[in-house]
Ligand binder design. Structure first.
Ligand code: NAD
Ligand code: APR
Length: 236
């Protein structure tokens, strides 16, 4: 069975990572255009680096651990009858830490920085200063967060579109359905004949596009849903 799962900030909320939207979301206290645009970075690179330095510190906090929803998806990937494509909009590394082997980070990764000239990636678990430079270019060039900003092209779109064309089942977990192209995946999967399921705390902006919906905290609804898939597969 081919399955595509798209995850968003909601899957990591119960691990202690703030979501983007809503009253307690990151965008309640930050102007998106200052932080998450190439123009914002050009204007004030230190402000942008400090925003991501703070996010990195939060992620490195010992209290932040993968939760039952991340673990359930890692277990699903291991099932011999399942071919899972796990696509995440999250820049955290909780899927990997839950032992998912292949994670497609369409909006980049917090624990990496990128040379602004050669695009070479560097692992990053430290605070980046505005004047930090790469080791690949001469003269050394600035390092930017390896994160997709508004107006930039999401990563791995060809691989994702191919998986959506082949999939039997498309599941969105913990995403508000307001940021495109990810918010459009459900309609693409549906028009290719896939069954579609939304797992979220509350209905998303694209709720009406899904065949089935289950609402509740990700740590409850995701393991429950994967368990049902295992039971269905056992009958085949
Ligand atoms: P947008 O309109 O600025 O960007 C959409 C981008 O996706 C465009 O560059 C477009 O060319 C490209 N695109 C659209 N459909 C595509 C397809 N089928 N294949 C390849 N590329 C396609 O606005 P937006 O969609 O709201 O945001 C842009 C991106 O920046 C989003 O992916 C968003 O999540 C990301 N972003 C990330 C963060 C972060 O903190 N991680 C913050 C803000 C924005
Ligand atoms: N369990 C399940 N869902 C939850 C939980 C939870 N415990 N807590 C919150 N949610 C749901 C919310 O109801 C909401 O629908 O998760 C969703 C989080 O939405 P956003 O904060 O908008 O996050 P996301 O959809 O991932 O944002 C998309 O926007 O700013 C950009 O690039 C950034 O990748 C991000 C993209």
């Amino acid at each position: 069975m081919n399955i595509v799962i798209l995850t968003g900030a909601g899957i990591s909320a119960e691990s202690g990572i703030q979501t983007f939207r809503g009253d307690t979301g990151l965008w309640a206290n930050h102007r998106v255009e200052d932080i998450c645009t190439p123009e914002g970075y050009a204007r004030d690179p230190l402000l942008v680096q400090n925003f991501y330095n703070q996010r990195r510190k939060e992620l490195l906090n010992d209290a932040v651990q993968p939760n039952a929803a991340h673990l359930a998806l890692a277990e699903l990937e291991q099932h011999p009858q399942v071919n899972l494509t796990l696509v995440t909009q999250n820049i955290d590394n909780l899927h990997e830490r839950a032992n998912s082997k292949h994670v497609i980070h369409m909006h980049g990764e917090l624990m990496k920085v990128r040379c602004t000239h050669s695009e070479r990636l560097y692992a990053c678990d430290y605070d980046v200063a505005a004047d930090d430079r790469c080791q690949c270019c001469q003269p050394p060039q600035p390092l930017r967060p390896h994160v997709v900003w508004f107006g930039e092209m999401p990563l791995y779109m060809d691989e994702i579109m191919y998986a959506i064309e082949q999939t039997d089942l498309f599941v969105a977990v913990g995403t508000s359905g307001v940021v495109y192209p990810a918010a459009g995946f459900v309609r693409q999967a549906s028009s290719n004949g896939a069954k579609t399921v939304e797992l979220n705390l509350a209905p998303s902006q694209v709720e009406s596009a899904f065949d089935d919906k289950f609402y509740g905290p990700a740590t409850q609804v995701v393991p429950h849903f994967t368990q049902r898939i295992f039971e269905e597969l056992a009958k085949e």
